[in-house]
Design a binder for this molecule. Structure first.
Ligand SMILES: Nc1ncnc2c1ncn2[C@@H]1O[C@H](COP(=O)(O)OP(=O)(O)OP(=O)(O)O)[C@@H](O)[C@H]1O
Ligand SMILES: [Mg+2]
Length: 360
């Protein structure tokens, strides 16, 4: 059995809001899991149910072979840090980190040893005597991390712990969190609605939408092998472009026909297409970097109307039949308003417009 298992977990609040519907997931010991999804999809609710801060309406949560849903929060062996800095302003950094260890009745020497150890890991050992008000936002969040890991929790839960930090600090802290995870191998769940945070931190990402799991996968699987149109649009910056096409077979070749282009498809879904989709309309999903410009096999011409330089690459805004789409390209000298010849690579994904699921 997995280290942490969710079995048909459901949460209906008193006001009848069905925040989490039939949540099933298995997490292995030492994994770093990210819950990713738009606002209101049930991420915090799920985390609070694990920590025992919210009751479970039905279903079960099992940690190390034992159901934990009847246990008091303090008896679950779980540490949680929140979006707002969860450090106590009236205690020094040292006392913040030592607090839970004192509750555990550890000896003074043992506490000192653990505090020094985690202060080293979280990089706060120069501030142990300071008070939180004398620290920057990032330093305060590192204190919260140090305090959470000091008790060696069975599970380390983080609810958007970086969202109060400015952009640069967020990126730095996320590297810190990953390093700390490599050192401690604590089983961790990290909640975020920031896809780049989830992609860069997690071993596996759980994408949630309206109280349900859309997909569970590694960052690469979620990005390159999105199960649903929701994920193709939610992940990626800019996200995937969608084109409606009709599936046809001409002289044994699969051709996806759009009003403005004909795309010879040679990807992995050939068999499914010819068996179930001939003559039907499907969605061709093309990530911005799966679009080629000015290469041999172009499908159509259009104009690079707006170009957004990003340093290492550019984002080109173009349109096809008045429908806008975006291209990521390394042609950093391309001029706005130039005519470009556009093609697609064969890594494109196909979706069924009725189920909105991937055609494989
Ligand atoms: N205490 C509560 N009582 C009633 N409804 C609640 C309560 N807490 C949350 N909800 C509702 O449950 C749903 C899920 O909320 P939740 O806080 O889990 O979302 P979230 O994914 O964490 O969103 P965000 O990214 O905005 O933090 C929302 O529709 C929310 O309005
Ligand atoms: Mg939340």
């Amino acid at each position: 059995m997995a280290y942490l298992t969710f079995k048909h977990v459901k949460k209906i609040y008193n006001n009848k809001v069905e925040a989490v519907k039939d949540f099933n997931l298995e997490i292995e010991k030492g994994e770093f899991i990210a819950f990713l999804g738009p606002s209101g999809c049930g991420k915090t609710t799920t985390l609070r149910m694990i920590a025992g801060l919210e009751s479970v309406t039905s279903g079960d949560i099992i940690l190390e072979d034992k159901s934990i849903i009847g246990l008091e929060p303090k008896d679950r062996g779980i540490s949680m840090i929140f979006q707002s800095y969860a450090v106590w302003p009236h205690m020094s950094v040292y006392d913040n980190v030592a607090y839970a260890l004192k509750l555990q009745k550890k000896s003074k020497e043992e506490i000192e040893q653990i505090v020094n150890e985690v202060a080293e890991i979280a990089d706060i050992k120069d501030y142990l005597k300071r008070y939180p008000s004398q620290l920057s936002g990032g330093q305060r969040q590192r204190v919260a991390v140090a305090r959470a890991i000091a008790v060696k929790p069975k599970l380390f839960l983080m609810d958007e712990p970086l969202s109060n930090l400015d952009a640069k600090l967020r990126v730095a802290m996320r590297t810190d969190l990953k390093r700390i995870h490599h050192e401690l191998k604590s089983t961790s769940i990290f909640v975020t609605h920031d896809q780049s945070e989830a992609l860069s931190l997690a071993d596996r990402i759980v994408v949630m939408n309206q109280g349900l799991i859309e997909q569970i996968g590694t960052p690469n699987e979620i990005y390159h092998d999105s199960d649903t149109m929701f994920i193709a649009k939610f992940i990626g910056s800019p996200p995937a472009n969608f084109f409606e096409v009709t599936v046809t077979e001409v002289d044994g070749r699969m051709i996806l026909i759009h009003d403005m282009f004909k795309f010879p498809y040679e990807g992995s879904a050939l068999k499914t297409l010819s068996e179930g989709y001939l003559g039907k309309k499907i969605i061709l999903s093309v990530r911005p970097e799966q679009i080629t410009i000015n290469q041999k096999h172009a499908l159509f011409e259009t104009v690079a109307s707006i170009i957004e330089p990003q340093g290492s690459h550019i984002i080109i805004n173009a349109a096809l039949n008045h429908e806008p789409f975006k291209i990521v390209s390394d042609l950093i000298d391309l001029k706005e308003q130039s005519v470009i010849r556009v093609g697609f690579t064969n890594q494109v994904a196909l979706f069924d417009p009725n189920t909105e699921r991937r055609i494989r």
